[in-house]
Design a binder for this molecule. Sequence first.
Ligand code: SAH
Length: 259
Amino acid sequence: MLLQQFVMDALTRLNKQAMTNNVNFDVIGTIDSPYKEKFAIPRQPGIVSAAQGKVILNGSANSMDAVRGLEQFSHIWLLFVFHGTQDLGWKPLVRPPRLGGNKKLGVFATRSTFRPNPIGMSVVKLDKIEQQGTQVILHINELDLLDGTPIVDIKPYVPYADIIDHAQGGYAHQPPETNISVEFSDDAKTILAKVVSEYPTLQSLVEQVLKQDPRPAYKQKSIDERVYGMTLYDFNIQWQMVGASTLRVISINITKNKS
Ligand code: SAH
């Protein structure tokens, strides 16, 4: 009897441990974003106000009931999976770009994408909630998320609880600052003019993304003649530094996916 009780207790303990050491989440939505690759995505939401996207709800979360009342909030929290980097693992020490990429800090002291559980969180602006047939879509803005990012939860941003007046922001207290000005070649201007009705915010998006200087930290201090490329929506955008703080968009090409 005693042995039986002991075995039962041990099994209950093991079972509890198994339940608390592993959790399973269902993806409740997917992000539709102009950022088609990691390079040049801002490091936090809110920095690039022209970055519009959508949350496409999935499965049983795809229901107007599940979002009833959410329209009262101007901003929402998105909890998501860093699906673009989750297979690359993590290390306890990381080099935050804000510190020039040459100082190491503990992963939990950073917003690095390489984490033991690849979970990200972003506050984004909620523009509107729409139903298209059976599909519920949240239109969002100011996002910092890669296209196709899986969403695991959505919560309203509640100012009285989420704003902390005298909070200390450590090495990231102030938003990143650059003095980069962005200019466009005549070729790039022609393309922007051609697509302005379909992509009215493309020029602002390109400008705002490039103003934050997406180059690796070590390049920002050196003379850099390299031509960089990035993809926004269906456009491949090439640019180059033409002086210490002037960045020139050389060309904008529609990628082959676009018919
Ligand atoms: N606001 C979030 C994200 C910070 S890291 C947080 O604090 O948790 C921001 C970087 O995440 C961006 O520069 C972008 O390159 C990267 N990123 C965005 N979506 C991603 C995804 N689905 N997979 C991998 N990296 C992603």
